[in-house]
Design a protein around this ligand. Structure first.
Ligand code: DHB
Ligand code: FE
Length: 287
């Protein structure tokens, strides 16, 4: 099995978790979009989730000690600011699956906790903001954005990813604000060309409450190396996706269950040591 260098653990769960919670709260209230939800639906969803919990308690004869440990753990997840991490790692993939099941273009993958809007605009052909000595294999990515009928789209690819140590700017300390975050706008031909570096596999923070669960359950904390994108164009559904690299040992064993075969890239090594890759996006028109 391939092994990877373990990232230097300078980013603490408390820092990443609290940043993810602050970032989530900074956007407009998530409640706005559900103001008109009928009380019948709230009742149905809340009741079914609680019933599933009761059934688990009865089936496995959960004890008071276990119940109190759960209570303490849930309190800790909030105190650590880790609810975005927890939900995006263990719940979001099912929501994404339901949300995009009707699409005939790309379906996508989870957003995760580390998206930041309004990253620098780099035109149709540009290099991601990075440090002069940014580590990682250079990656040159050519692609297009088209509609499901093949029409090229004036669109936008927002790209964000971890560095070669597995850290995201604005969530781990010491990185320039927009490091490895950029927006690429396509012209009438729908084409873009992006220069960046290959990110490292990413370990979700292990020193907070999510890490406690991972350790207690004997799980691992790894996500395979991945690029995050949001692809948009007027009159089309927003595509949120992640792209992966072949051969990563966690492609089949992702803690966030967010890998799909069609999202694995096919990079081709180049004589200069970089890698070239082609990956295109097809967006569904808004219904
Ligand atoms: C988490 C982190 C990610 O980078 C990601 O893509 C998905 C989930 C997390 O920490 O939960
Ligand atoms: Fe990620």
């Amino acid at each position: 099995m391939t092994t990877f260098d373990t990232p230097v653990p300078t980013a603490t769960a408390a820092a990443s978790g609290a940043s993810a919670t602050d970032r989530f709260r900074a956007d407009k209230s998530p409640y706005d979009a559900v103001r008109d939800t009928p009380r019948e639906r709230v009742d149905l969803l809340a009741r079914e989730v609680l019933t599933a919990v009761h059934e688990t308690v009865r089936r496995h004869k959960v004890t008071y000690d276990e119940y109190n440990a759960l209570k303490a753990w849930l309190i800790g997840v909030g105190e650590d600011g880790e609810w975005p991490l927890f939900l995006d790692a263990w719940v979001e993939h099912a929501v994404e699956d339901v949300a995009t099941s009707h699409r005939s273009g790309n379906r996508g993958s989870i957003e995760g906790p580390y998206y930041v809007p309004n990253s620098p605009d780099l035109g149709a052909d540009g290099e991601m903001p990075m440090r002069p000595d940014e580590q990682g294999t250079p990656l040159v990515w050519n692609g297009t954005i088209t509609s499901t009928d093949g029409t090229p789209l004036n669109g936008k690819v927002e790209l964000w990813h971890a560095d070669a140590d597995g850290f995201y700017s604005q969530f781990a300390p010491g990185l320039p604000q927009w490091n490895l975050r950029g927006s690429f706008t396509t012209g009438p031909d729908g084409a873009f060309r992006i220069r960046t570096i290959r990110p490292a596999p990413y370990q979700i923070p292990t020193d907070g409450s999510c890490g406690k669960l991972i350790a207690a359950a004997g799980w691992h904390a790894w996500r395979p190396a991945h690029l995050h994108v949001k692809v948009s164009a007027p009159g089309h559904e927003l595509l949120t996706a992640q792209l992966y690299f072949p051969g990563d040992p966690h492609n089949d064993d992702d803690i966030a269950t967010a890998v799909k075969p069609e999202l694995v890239l096919a990079p081709v090594p180049q004589p200069d040591g970089s890698e070239a890759v082609v990956y295109d996006f097809v967006l569904d028109p808004v219904r």
